[in-house]
Design a protein around this ligand. Structure first.
Ligand code: AHM
Ligand code: MG
Length: 348
């Protein structure tokens, strides 16, 4: 009898820990009813796009679609065929939702402007992050940040977008890997959903998601750039070798590397690296509005921290929609340790 009660109790507990997306949006703090409806519709568009993209990605090798499109994007980087497919999918659905007034994307030089009849948000996205992994069927992701903005006010959509970027209300990413996962964050809570391919629905997983106690031991950084980092970063990586327990893990897809470190505990770093032979990212490789800010927002909501080595990511003013930034993000313990070992200011 006692055993039965315990088992049932555990089941109820598990059920309560699984929060449907609609319920999660419903209880998110500091939002009006209209804003909740708008966010739900935007996340609905993201889910629909992710479902479509996951299916197409799985067929990519059969259709010969895992390579370059032969074009170069606004960042000067080679565009993969799927970068453009993902852009078209998400731009189409987000625009049609009537809830996104301005859309900034890694794949478009200028913001897209959409007509909106009611409450709407500014959205920044990286439609397909880590796309160079596609040629080896490696994991990739999509990243989204929802900013509270007033839509197009003047004649310069980029300026209107930038003015809204201090106020993130929601961030999300999709991980396309062994399973397709949707991770969504509001100010102080992160929830995770898995795509059930048979029903096409994203079903809730137990949550909320938090960095594990102790902050974990994983460090994710491309050490191929070691000689080009500034001294503080080299000092940090050198000091790691004296630590009793740590593991190096790097997939080369921010969403995957961040997600693993969120669940297992750890830190992801992409610092600035000095140019060598024309290449290099002195200000960092990743983009502030659609890579660093959403990941920083999710990390904070899960109990973690994010910095560019000098100040918290969420306090950096955006001066350009494609602005790059150094990114150090992960558990509170590991990011604080990074700051101490590299001689950087405290990350909070
Ligand atoms: P992308 O948005 O063009 O795919 O570039 C971002 C990616 C991140 O996902 C990843 O962490 C990083 O670039 C890997 O860069 P590198 O190969 O220089 O280590
Ligand atoms: Mg990216």
């Amino acid at each position: 009898m006692v055993r039965k009660e315990t088992a049932e109790g555990t089941k109820v507990h598990e059920r309560e820990n699984r929060l449907a997306l609609g319920d999660f949006v419903e209880r998110a703090p500091d939002l009006s009813k209209e804003e909740r409806m708008a966010i739900l519709e935007i996340l609905g568009a993201v889910s629909e796009g992710a479902r479509d993209l996951a299916r197409r990605l799985s067929l990519g090798p059969l259709h010969g679609l895992t390579g370059s499109s032969g074009q170069v994007n606004v960042q000067g980087e080679e565009v993969q065929a799927f970068d453009e497919i993902a852009q078209e999918i998400f731009s189409g659905l987000l625009g049609a939702s009537g809830r996104v007034s301005l859309l900034v994307s890694e794949e478009r030089e200028h913001p897209e402007v959409f007509p909106c009849l009611s409450e709407s948000f500014h959205v920044a996205m990286d439609p397909l992050d880590g796309s160079s992994n596609l040629s080896v069927s490696g994991p990739v992701g999509s990243i989204f940040a929802l900013y509270r903005g007033a839509g197009l006010r003047g004649e310069d959509p980029a300026r209107d977008f930038l003015e809204s970027t201090r106020e993130v209300v929601c961030a999300a990413y999709v991980l396309y890997s062994v399973s397709t996962l949707l991770v969504v964050a509001f100010r102080d809570e992160v929830r995770m959903y898995a795509l059930d391919p048979s029903s096409g629905h994203f079903l809730p997983l137990p949550g909320p998601v938090r960095f594990p106690d102790g902050g974990g031991q994983i460090v994710s950084i491309n050490t191929g750039n070691y000689t080009r980092w500034e001294p503080g970063v080299r000092q940090y990586v050198d000091a790691l070798h004296g630590r009793p327990a740590w593991s190096a893990r790097y997939v080369g897809a921010l969403v995957m590397d961040f997600h693993r470190n969120l669940l297992k505990g750890g830190i992801y770093l992409y610092p600035g690296d000095l140019p060598k032979g024309g290449a290099g990212h002195p200000e960092g490789k990743l983009r502030l509005l659609f890579e660093a800010i959403p990941m920083a927002f999710i990390a904070r909501a899960a109990g973690g921290l994010a910095t560019n080595g000098h100040r918290p990511i969420l306090e950096i003013p955006a001066s350009h929609i494609h602005q790059r930034v150094a990114l150090v993000v992960g558990s509170r313990e590991r990011v604080t340790e990074y700051s101490h070992l590299s001689g950087s200011p405290d990350p909070v």
